[in-house]
Design a protein around this ligand. Structure first.
Ligand code: HEM
Length: 400
């Protein structure tokens, strides 16, 4: 017992001395630790002087500590602002996060606010403007030109223009694109447009349903895209007839239409717009469906730098190092911008396929078109079909 009475205070004293010694190495207010900075540097930065961040932090030399009065103590020198500045600059290479996702270690990234503002502001404003202007242009065109009629009247004889599988592919891509456009616009503008109308709760149900439709119908769009590409690519390769067709403005104004094969130059433009923009929308869409899995913009920017494109445009070398979040933000913006452009193209396409041209819709409806329509719009193709199949017997007059 007496022994214990002597030993316990001794143990306490020894451990206390050990603790103080440990604190001494870091607790001396005059010694800067790596990663800390001097008061002068902080003050200099506040005066607006250009003190490189982190560069002014030499390791204190042993036995030669900086003068005590010129520095904050170790506990006071690292202000919260400095810590957050380092985090913002992603300058904590040894930081560890319990969440192991690719974006887990990026706690702050400056692009986030810019992206959010751009998404809710210019993207929505100019995107809707583009769609609105396209609709107005179609209306003006209709007022000026009216419906493009079958000039010499119907022959009353039909020839097959699209097989069932072609129409299936077309309506698959068409119906899915329309659904995707509506649900995509709801995701983008719903908060602004629908919450004031229906309230948060109803909008939430709407938004969840909209997202589900958008994510799942995208596969139908991609399948339709592949079908249309495979079935129609041979008819959409550019050739000499296109130059003549373009030079004559497709015969939109004036009498008669220039000769064309199965698809004229205007339709070929629609086809390639659908294929190129549709593929771009699909790839960026897949990267949004599987976040942080596809890196597209970093390698593209690096490639553009290597090719000297930004330098040619006077932009200098662009920073091609993106955080995982920035990669996703660019994917979202790209997806939306290209979708707006394709929506505008498709508005024009729907106009010409329905209201704008007599006899066109039947091609995708029943699959058969009036022979006179075929001769006026696709004379080379019509002659080929007649030569192959013989002139069809007078058939039923297709409905308007
Ligand atoms: C209600 C919507 C739509 C209607 C009424 C419509 C109508 C038509 C018609 C009538 C044709 C055949 C033209 C001809 O015989 O020469 C056609 C072709 C075509 N459609 Fe559509 N379409 C619609 C939506 C879409 C959508 C959403 C896409 C793609 C995203 C699309 C892509 C195409 C393509 C690539 C062609 C072949 C090239 C061309 O004729 O321009 N269509 N469409």
């Amino acid at each position: 017992m007496t022994l214990l009475r002597v030993l316990l205070p001794l143990i306490f004293l020894v451990s206390f001395a050990g603790l103080s010694a440990a604190q001494d190495t870091s607790g001396d207010a005059s010694v800067l630790q790596p990663g800390q900075q001097s008061l002068e540097d902080i003050m200099a930065r506040q005066r607006g002087e250009d003190v490189p961040f982190g560069a002014e932090l030499p390791l204190p030399l042993e036995g030669n500590p900086p003068p005590a009065e010129s520095h904050l103590g170790p506990l006071g020198s690292a202000s919260d602002a400095d810590l957050w500045r380092e985090i913002r600059a992603d300058a904590l290479p040894d930081a560890r996060a319990s969440n192991r996702g690719p974006a887990a270690k990026v706690l702050m990234q400056d692009g986030g606010m810019w992206w959010l503002n751009f998404r809710h502001g210019p993207l929505l404003t100019y995107g809707s403007l583009l769609l609105g202007v396209t609709v107005v242009l179609m209306a003006i065109f209709y007022l000026i030109r009216g419906r493009i009629r079958i000039e010499h009247g119907r022959a009353g004889i039909t020839i097959e223009r699209f097989k069932f599988i072609e129409r299936f592919g077309h309506w698959l891509i068409a119906s899915s694109f329309i659904l995707l456009a509506i649900t995509g616009l709801l995701s983008l503008a719903g908060r602004k447009l629908l919450i004031p109308l229906f309230g948060h709760e109803a909008f939430s149900t709407f938004a969840i349903a909209s997202k589900w439709i958008h994510n799942n119908v995208s596969w139908a769009f991609m399948l339709g895209l592949v079908m249309v590409f495979v079935m129609w690519i041979v008819h959409n390769l550019p050739d000499r007839t296109d130059i003549n067709w373009i030079l004559k403005g497709g015969g939109i104004f004036g009498k008669g239409h220039p000769p064309a094969k199965k698809f004229n130059a205007g339709q070929k433009l629609i086809f390639w717009a659908v294929i190129i923009l549709g593929t771009s929308i699909s790839v960026s869409g897949i990267s949004l469906l599987f976040p942080f899995e596809l890196t597209m913009f970093e390698p593209t920017l690096a490639l553009l730098n290597d090719m000297g494109v930004p330098q040619l445009l006077g932009l200098g070398t662009i920073d091609a190092t993106l955080t995982p979040q920035e990669e996703m933000q660019y994917a979202q913006l790209w997806h939306a911008v290209i979708s707006f452009v394709l929506m505008a193209v498709i508005i024009a396409h729907i106009y010409i396929g329905t209201l704008g041209m007599e006899g066109a819709f039947e091609a995708m409806g029943s699959g058969d078109v009036d022979l006179e329509w075929a001769r006026e719009h696709h004379s080379i193709w019509a002659d080929e079909v007649v030569a192959k199949q013989g002139k069809p017997a007078s058939g039923t007059q297709p409905a308007e």
